[in-house]
Design a protein around this ligand. Structure first.
Ligand code: NAI
Length: 282
């Protein structure tokens, strides 16, 4: 695919999402520059991108490490996939606003936060839009295009076209906490974690839920894959914004995160990944 040949894209944040999204843009022919918190962390992230592409039998064609100051001034698209924390995103977007061209499209991969608020932090809300990819972004087809309070119609349309040029299916959603998919899945995550705290083994919850619902993986496996810190961030957004106790995080998730057991990437979450076959840690 080379639909996006020549498009200059900057991806900030090289967690699992930023790494996969970079590969998705690369596959479509874009020129991708990646940025994390320091040159060392960026290089390490780029190394992981290469290794992950190789183990999927793919080659990376045009992804390189850069700083914001190097990459943003001539970029067409800036996509942020940094930690799910509004303060961090706000500071980053203000920095990008000072560097970017007037035509720069600014997209956020946030899974729960207000795109309108990010637009305000950027200073030109018309150019800021949500492009919420799903994990793993290299495989999942859906992109929620989130239209913030100030997002211009032209930018929302550009984001939709961009998602489609990446081979994705775009669904345009309102800017409300957790958007659509994560909102709809919230009761599933909540009840699965509640069952565990009530003594049902994680493996039983997942086997039953995935088998009964026809999902490719159970909700606890999915949360480990997502990263419990990211999940907790989304739960906290929903609770704060709606004030409804049914969105409150289960204390177990909080204590796992505090212990550093944030899921698969950390080696342990609901499951222990230190063994050949993951086994329930709870
Ligand atoms: P993560 O928390 O694992 O990684 C975030 C990365 O951002 C880290 O490498 C960190 O060093 C970097 N970072 C932090 N501040 C930065 C800054 N100022 N500039 C550049 N890089 C910075 O995050 P993950 O899981 O990859 O998620 C990223 C975003 O995508 C979050 O907004 C999350 O809500 C969203 N998301 C996550 C999904 C998931 O399944 N994990 C699914 C869909 C969206």
């Amino acid at each position: 695919m080379s639909d996006l040949a020549g498009l200059k894209v900057v991806v900030a944040g090289l967690g699992p999402m930023g790494r996969d999204i970079s590969r998705v843009f690369d596959r479509a022919g874009a020129d991708v520059r990646v940025v994390d918190v320091s040159p060392e962390v960026t290089e390490a992230g780029l190394g992981k991108i290469r290794a992950e592409a190789e183990s999927a039998g793919e080659a990376v064609s045009s992804i390189s490490a850069a700083t914001l100051a190097e990459a943003v001034p001539d970029a067409d698209v800036f996509l942020e996939a940094v930690v799910e924390d509004m303060d961090v995103k706000r500071v980053l977007l203000a920095e990008v606003a000072a560097l970017g061209r007037d035509e720069l499209l600014v997209a956020s991969n946030t899974s729960s936060l207000s795109v309108g608020e990010m637009g305000k932090a950027f200073g030109d809300p018309g150019r800021v839009v949500g492009m919420h990819f799903f994990n793993p972004a290299t495989k999942m087809r859906l992109v929620e295009v989130i239209v913030g309070g100030g997002t211009s119609e032209a930018v929302a349309e550009r984001a939709r076209e961009l998602a489609e040029a990446l081979g994705k299916t775009a669904v345009v959603c309102r800017d409300s906490p957790n958007f659509v998919v994560n909102r709809v899945c919230r009761p599933l995550y909540y009840e699965a974690q509640l069952l565990v705290t009530q003594g049902v083994p994680a493996g039983v919850v997942d086997a039953a839920a995935s088998g009964g619902l026809g999902h490719p993986m159970g909700p606890l496996t999915l949360l480990d894959f997502t990263g419990l810190h990211t999940h907790l961030g989304s739960s906290e957004t929903a609770l704060r914004e709606f004030g409804d106790p049914r969105y409150r995080p289960i204390p177990l998730a909080r204590s796992l995160v505090r212990s550093g057991f944030t899921g698969r990437a950390a080696g342990r979450g609901f499951y222990d990944y230190g063994t050949e076959k993951p086994r329930a840690a709870i």
